[in-house]
Design a protein around this ligand. Structure first.
Ligand SMILES: NC(=O)c1ccc[n+]([C@@H]2O[C@H](COP(=O)([O-])OP(=O)(O)OC[C@H]3O[C@@H](n4cnc5c(N)ncnc54)[C@H](OP(=O)(O)O)[C@@H]3O)[C@@H](O)[C@H]2O)c1
Length: 281
């Protein structure tokens, strides 16, 4: 895998093509905000969205083109498809008018394979990507895989587009995408669940519910931030707060037992991986 970072941001301000975003829901809007925030000229962005939220409609006053007739759009450098996977069979063929010889199509739809996308569109350079919800605050992580038609410059453009909402990892092995979906795509939900269950466990240990909720939330968020900022591995950070024979060690003995957190998360991620495979058909 190769990782990209902030250096790719620079290329968005200088972006001179046309970008079409299809689906401005939660993930599409987060990406749109990221692109505009990094200086991509609004006039070069086209949004296709049947029921735009107010914030999206307002962007039209800043120059973003909302639902223009496809024939008026001109040459499209990139199409980012952020619709629900369920509507893809119906929507993808309607995107054909936007696909030109130099267009790269980026799908962030869960479970929709390169093969499906290739069959739904005219021959095109296609990237399948899996972001996650921290993208909404620019702190997502996306794994991307392209088909053989993606050129080096198209990959660079896609990297810059995806980097606008966080880190990007590229893989040449599409087979990894189900496990990626299970780990980082669905992963934020596991962390939110951790905050929920820590709060309930705090109540069970005698704390008032409001205080327990506040403590759990701040602990998960603060530890996440610490992990983000620290060069140290999670295991080292954990060891650093664990004194032998202390309170943390007592809890970790339970969490790290043979029937502790690891077998449970391994089972959970295996279930999500299997479900992702099933959904991909
Ligand atoms: N959210 C996540 O954590 C996450 C993580 C990784 C990947 N993804 C993927 O990202 C994609 C979008 O997810 P989301 O959470 O952003 O969903 P969402 O909020 O439901 O957004 C989808 C958007 O697409 C719009 N849409 C529906 N039909 C359309 C059409 N014919 N043309 C253009 N736009 C259309 C929807 O409009 P209506 O509301 O009017 O139907 C909605 O605004 C999904 O494929 C999902 O698998 C999401």
């Amino acid at each position: 895998m190769t990782t990209s970072n902030a250096k790719t941001h620079a290329s968005l301000a200088g972006f001179s093509g046309t970008l079409v975003l299809v689906g401005a829901g939660k993930m599409g809007s987060a990406m749109l905000e990221g692109w505009l925030g990094l200086g991509m000229p609004a006039a070069q962005i086209v949004v296709v969205e049947p029921q735009p939220a107010n914030e999206i409609t307002k962007l039209a006053t800043r120059g973003v083109r909302l639902n223009p007739a496809p024939a008026t759009v001109g040459d499209v450098s990139a199409i980012v498809v952020a619709i629900k996977p369920q509507v893809a069979p119906e929507v993808m063929p309607a995107l054909s008018p936007y696909v030109g010889s130099s267009t790269v199509v980026v799908s962030i739809m869960a479970g929709r394979t390169l093969r499906f996308l290739e069959q739904a569109l005219p021959p095109a350079a296609i990237v399948r990507a899996m972001p996650n919800t921290p993208a909404a605050i620019g702190r997502g992580i996306t794994v991307a895989v392209g088909n053989s038609r993606v050129s080096a410059s198209q990959r660079e453009l896609v990297d810059a587009l995806l980097s606008a909402v966080g880190m990007v990892e590229w893989t040449g092995d599409e087979g990894l995408m189900d496990a990626v979906t299970a780990l980082s795509g669905s992963g934020p939900a596991y962390v939110f669940l951790l905050a929920e269950t820590m709060a309930r466990a705090g109540v069970a240990a005698g704390l008032p519910a409001e205080l327990a909720g506040k403590l759990a939330r701040a602990t998960v968020a603060g530890s996440g931030e610490l992990l983000h900022r620290s060069p140290l591995d999670a295991a080292i950070l954990r060891q650093n707060v664990t004194s032998p024979g202390g309170t943390t060690a007592a809890a970790l003995e339970v969490l790290m037992a043979n029937d502790g957190l690891e077998p449970l998360l391994t089972k959970a991620i295996a279930a999500a991986t299997a479900r992702s495979r099933e959904l991909a058909g």
